[in-house]
Design a protein around this ligand. Sequence first.
Ligand code: ATP
Length: 233
Amino acid sequence: MSTLTVENLSVHYGGVRAAHDVSFTVEPGQSLGIIGANGAGKTSTLKAVMGLAPRQAGAIRFGGHDLLRAPAHTLVRHGIGYVPEGRHVFPGLSVEKNLLLGAYTQSWKRTPIDEVYEVFPVLREMRHRLAGALSGGQQQMLAVGRALMSRPKVMLLDEPSMGLSPILVAEIAAVLKRLNADGLAILLVEQNAKLTFDVTTTCLVMENGEIAATGTSAELRDDPQVRRIYLGL
Ligand code: ATP
């Protein structure tokens, strides 16, 4: 079973404790959100799962594999896709080349590029443009499309709404919900609680590097404290 299990994960940068004793699971087809204020430890948690931040943990397992010491590029081979904060597209390469780079685990002749173009028709239209010439929203779609090129079973997304207009945030939400409905498990890290509650069924709230609350997204959306702190209501 392709369940992502994270147990007692801690992240320390030298003397700075970014995350402590974080545990969660993402079941096949599930959508889990992690919300929290700036600096709460969300990005560090996601990066540590991907092997991109120093991690100490009881366990990181996926599909029966122990990934605690696995380097980042091997996680993609296991079926874990990653959309980093800030998109990190290659601005001097075409949209199509950016997508093909995401398929480095696949046979060149059988990449899912047509499926990605179906999800994001705008990327097909712009496939010969340089990625650096795309708008922020289009670059975010490219970053998600590039992650889809490895045919992931679970996709980890770090702040896909950052810097986007409300209309584009709604577009990203619609795409994520569709991908999830089609069977892709999603772990979404966001400061935008509204987007997270919209896309996910279960959520963790992080504060000062720890999990402060867990619940269904519907419960948390109705929680007066969460509404006040994270929705500004
Ligand atoms: P944001 O929404 O701003 O990305 P976050 O919830 O993702 O916030 P992190 O970026 O994980 O939080 O940061 C958690 C803590 O770790 C913060 O105190 C931050 O200053 C610290 N931190 C993050 N990256 C590093 C690093 N490379 N070196 C030292 N400290 C770091």
